[in-house]
Design a protein around this ligand. Structure first.
Ligand SMILES: CC(C)(COP(=O)(O)OP(=O)(O)OC[C@H]1O[C@@H](n2cnc3c(N)ncnc32)[C@H](O)[C@@H]1OP(=O)(O)O)[C@@H](O)C(=O)NCCC(=O)NCCS
Length: 338
């Protein structure tokens, strides 16, 4: 074959030189035409890839032309729920495009997924807003048998947000949620709250709109949550978790920001979720505003928060627009079933 496609095992994963090539290929591939987009640092990347998540199997693949890495891909297979699905990322280095390498890499991953009884493969790709229907990456997905499943819109909020503005949101929401308390935790969450927080985190994938693909509830155990905290530490980031609690200290709303401790000044909005029975109290706005204030008082040089939501997620999008998040590009999600 014209390139040599290999699965990278534990030895390669532990090898900084191999991982540096993997990172550089991904970086060049993903930033082409969107050079200003936030992209994680090498330390964040290896920290994530070398960490355990008992909820999914991670397999790395690379294509080599001689001894030069020309493509990097990852297949994640869910182990505790959604076990008929797997998700992949696929990057081909910029000078090596249109040589059939992407298609060949995908065939290898599809074979692995089929042999593992997966029936649905998912991926996503960042596309310019105006060209989302015709962009080359979308054409690649179509050529390989993938259908558009969902559009998420990526939005950025420039930081800092003036404290008076944050206070105004908090004051506006407060009369709507008497009886609930809002608390923020950096990194660890008190043991008595972990169980109800895990239930909430598991429901996010069910309730957030995900286009043509339905997800079952995610199995989020306290053990898996602890692994996730370790991953954030390994990435040299801090996890800011703001929760809303009932008087008997059940977590019924949450919002998470992943905050860099190193050079990067980009904050990543992870989930925000309000329990089905506790909606309508502005707990989404309240937890987001309080979390933002906590993060800004920790670091005053942060430049932006990036977030993405399904285009149809009206409630979340309206909160984000209120807070000043503005659309930047789309994340197109593709699916193939067999
Ligand atoms: C998308 C990507 C993986 C394609 O890799 P690639 O090695 O160039 O793809 P291939 O050469 O295997 O292309 C296979 C077919 O897809 C289609 N295709 C691929 N890139 C295309 C483009 N830019 N424009 C139009 N069609 C394209 C063509 O039909 C092509 O066959 P052809 O060259 O015989 O006409 C690569 O551009 C990339 O790394 N993009 C950034 C990361 C990304 O978004 N990945 C996820 C994509 S779903």
């Amino acid at each position: 074959m014209f390139v040599d496609i290999r699965e990278l095992g534990a030895e390669a994963l532990a090898d900084d030189a191999v991982m540096r090539d993997f990172y550089d290929v991904s970086r060049r591939a993903e930033l082409l035409g969107r050079e200003q987009a936030p992209f994680w640092g090498f330390d964040e990347f290896v920290g994530a890839f070398r960490s355990e998540d008992s909820g999914e199997r991670q397999q790395l693949f690379a294509a080599y032309d001689g001894d030069r890495m020309v493509s990097a891909a990852v297949l994640w297979s869910f182990l505790l729920d959604n076990t008929e699905k797997a998700f992949f990322s696929l990057d081909v280095d910029v000078p090596d495009r249109r040589r059939g390498i992407g298609r060949a890499m995908l065939e290898v991953m599809e074979r692995v997924a089929r042999d593992d009884n997966r029936r649905l493969l998912l991926t996503d790709s960042k596309l310019p807003y105006d060209d989302r229907d015709n962009h080359g990456y979308r054409q690649f997905a179509t050529a390989c048998g993938y259908e558009l499943a969902n559009y998420e819109v990526v939005r950025h909020l420039p930081l800092p947000v003036p404290d008076e503005q944050i206070q105004a949101w908090i004051d506006e929401a407060a009369p709507r949620h008497p009886g609930y308390t809002i608390e923020t935790f950096v990194h660890d969450v008190p043991a008595d709250l972990v169980e109800s927080l895990c239930v909430l985190l598991g429901q996010l994938a069910v309730d957030a709109p995900t286009g043509t693909v339905d997800f079952e509830e995610e199995t989020m155990t306290p053990e898996r949550f602890a692994e996730m905290l370790d991953t954030v530490k390994a990435m040299n980031r801090a996890r800011y978790e703001t929760v809303a609690l009932t008087p008997d200290r059940q977590v019924v709303a949450q919002s998470t920001l992943s905050v860099p401790l190193g050079e990067s000044t980009t904050v990543y909005q992870w989930g925000t979720f309000v329990h089905r029975e506790h909606r309508g109290h502005q707990l989404g706005l309240a937890t987001k505003a309080v979390n933002l204030r906590a993060v800004q008082s920790y670091r005053d040089d942060l430049t932006l928060i990036t977030t993405q939501n399904a285009e149809t997620n009206d409630y979340m999008v309206s909160i984000n627009e209120r807070m000043g998040f503005r659309p930047v590009e789309v994340s197109a999600e593709f699916a193939k079933r067999w």
